[in-house]
Design a protein around this ligand. Structure first.
Ligand code: C2E
Ligand code: MG
Ligand code: MG
Length: 561
């Protein structure tokens, strides 16, 4: 009896030791189960786990049969526990055929052992569930916490040096979803993720940040394979029909120095994000590697964004005017208002701050500031009895989503008591369908109010003839890059396109303005193509208010030779 008792205590001790150690050693556990089952002459020991009552009903769970002699047996001890999370754990021990009777004491012992094992099974499952919940998102992708844990472990083992960190953002994924359906889109994401994970192997990781954005880390040795997937991957979503889509991504890369010690996750995240932002600005698939200049650039961006509000309040922005000239009569026929920032005695050109103001919607406030000042100037000129010409004001595309844009523009013009026909709004081409619709709505609205509208920089982007056919513009401003060069052959593609676009525009009643005219020869090209309005350094650079006013008074440009 005492011998048996000692044996039971040692089995119990061993079991407790196994189930309480940090790393569960399944091999050792199975040896123990075997020993114990043989000792009690069992034929089979089985546990079942069902995460929910529904899963139990459908028998969708995990069944662990840790011991089985294959003999016919009878259930000896059986328990069914429902945990607080409504998971079910079932445990059954079967006796061997020939071993019919068990003492009361033995049954108590087996009962206790089974309960400990079941408690242990539910704990292991709980840890796994926590893992699933904590380190992956609802769609089953690993999440940022999994990335952070991976970094922590690799960092503590000094393994981060020389690795490659990345952030990727898939191109046009909304379009992929539209084309093949959301469900297939999800499948593409999963398959693409798995393709990258396979290329990375187990020395790295990829996790999803949300949507179509992922971050991760890999070893330099697999760089070529992983980069190839960023550049272009044909991702299957229907194996049977062999259907695949082409996925491309913009990737921000940070090559970790060697050695590398991680202090905060930001050391890696900030850099891959910065590189990724730069990559995203490039049009096609792009891989951009972080370098320290990006940090300076970002600081510059932050500085401009911070200074902007105060500068606007202090009226540091000034309107410069560049005349548009009728090349036949040499009269000023209009002018474009261009923004200059007078900052600490220096004139900052728009290209240094406008792209930054366009990152958020700051640009919208600047455009309205410009419109307001232009209206004030026009009102003043009218009151002074000057001959006033129409002034065009640039409006960023960022305005297009604003449903109150039209009302806002009109209220500014009306507040200054300026007749609508003196104002022209310049908008650039758009690339997406959605913006195209917004553009048409805004332009038509302005049109109805008698405010002029111009397509700016036509010929610079991916100009579309739909743009001039479907939207009721008044003016087409043709970018200088579209104007044939002085020595260009008569039948060059540029020459032909220029000629035909101009005649098409004229036929549908658009006024054509050519920007960036600098030479007499360019004027000749314009004349030959019956394009009579020019804006450019040949006549004037953008001028400060007083100088422009004297041009207004002078009216006609002297003949230059
Ligand atoms: P844009 O609207 O196409 O304006 C024409 C640009 O071409 C101006 O540059 C002008 O100075 C320049 N330009 C004019 N004639 C010539 C020439 O003969 N040769 C050359 N090489 N360039 C010439 P600027 O003033 O530096 O403005 C650059 C861009 O910044 C503008 O291009 C416009 O897109 C934007 N911008 C300027 N002011 C504003 C504003 O108030 N609001 C918005 N949203 N954008 C503005
Ligand atoms: Mg413009
Ligand atoms: Mg332009």
């Amino acid at each position: 009896m005492d011998n048996n008792r000692d044996r039971y205590i040692s089995i119990l001790e061993e079991l407790i030791r196994l189930t309480h150690s940090e790393d569960f050693d399944r091999e050792a556990y199975l040896v123990w189960v075997n020993d114990a089952c043989k000792y009690y002459r069992l034929s089979k020991a089985e546990t079942e786990f069902y995460a929910t009552p529904m899963k139990e009903q459908k028998k969708q769970g995990e069944i662990f049969c840790d011991f089985d002699t294959g003999e016919q047996g009878k259930p000896l001890v059986h328990h069914r526990i429902i945990t607080r999370t409504k998971a079910t754990v079932i445990g059954t021990l079967y006796s061997a055929e020939e071993r019919e009777t068990y003492t009361e004491q033995e049954l108590v012992e087996l009962d206790a052992l089974l309960r400990i094992v079941m408690g242990f099974v539910s704990r292991m499952r709980l840890i796994r569930t926590l893992d699933e919940l904590g380190f992956s998102d609802v769609a089953g992708f690993k999440n940022f916490r999994a990335f952070a844990r991976f970094l922590d472990i690799a960092n503590s083992e000094n393994r981060l040096g020389g690795k490659v960190a990345f952030h990727i953002d898939l191109h046009n994924f909304t379009m992929v979803n539209q084309e093949i359906g959301r469900q297939n889109g999800d499948l593409v994401l999963t398959n693409y993720y798995n393709m990258i994970q396979n290329a990375i192997g187990d020395t790295g990781i990829i996790v999803r940040l949300g949507g179509d954005k992922f971050v991760g880390l890999f070893d330099r040795s697999v760089k070529r394979q992983v980069y190839a997937l960023f550049t272009e991957a044909l991702v299957p979503y229907d194996e049977k029909e062999d259907k695949r889509v082409r996925v491309t991504a913009s990737a921000g890369i940070y090559m970790l120095p060697d050695p590398f010690m991680l202090k905060v996750y930001g050391d890696i995240m900030d850099k891959v994000m910065m590189a990724s932002t730069t990559a995203k600005r490039q049009t096609d698939s792009a891989i951009v590697v972080y370098d320290d200049r990006m940090k300076k650039e970002r600081e510059h961006v932050k500085k401009v964004q911070m200074e902007f509000r105060q500068a606007l309040a202090d009226e540091e922005f000034q309107v410069y005017y560049q005349p548009k000239v009728d090349i036949d009569t040499r009269e000023i026929s209009g002018a474009e208002a261009l923004c200059r920032w007078l900052k600490n005695g220096r004139i900052v050109p728009p290209m240094e701050f406008i792209p930054i103001l366009e990152i958020n919607t700051d640009i919208c406030d600047l455009d309205f500031y410009m419109l307001d000042h232009v209206c004030q100037h026009i009102r003043k000129w009218l009151d002074e009895g000057r001959d006033v010409v129409r002034i065009s004001v640039n409006f960023s595309r960022k305005h297009l989503v604003d449903v109150d844009l039209l009302d806002h523009i009109i209220s500014v013009i009306d507040k200054n008591n300026v007749p609508h026909e003196y104002i022209e709004i310049e908008l650039t081409e758009t690339t997406t369908d959605v913006m195209f619709r917004d553009l048409r709505r805004v332009v038509s609205g302005l049109q109805q109010q008698g405010i002029w509208t111009a397509v700016d920089d036509f010929g610079m982007g991916y100009s579309s003839l739909n743009l001039i056919r479907d939207i009721p513009w008044n003016v087409l401003k043709i970018d200088k890059s579209f104007v044939p060069k002085d020595d260009e052959e008569e039948n060059s593609i540029r020459n032909l396109m220029f000629k035909h676009v101009i005649s098409l525009a004229k036929d549908i009643g658009l006024e054509c303005v050519i920007e960036g005219v600098e030479t007499v020869k360019q004027l000749d090209v314009l004349r030959r193509n019956h394009c009579n309005i020019a804006q450019g350094y040949f006549f004037d650079r953008p001028l400060p208010l007083p100088e422009f006013e004297s041009r207004l008074d002078q009216k006609v440009y002297p003949e230059l030779t």
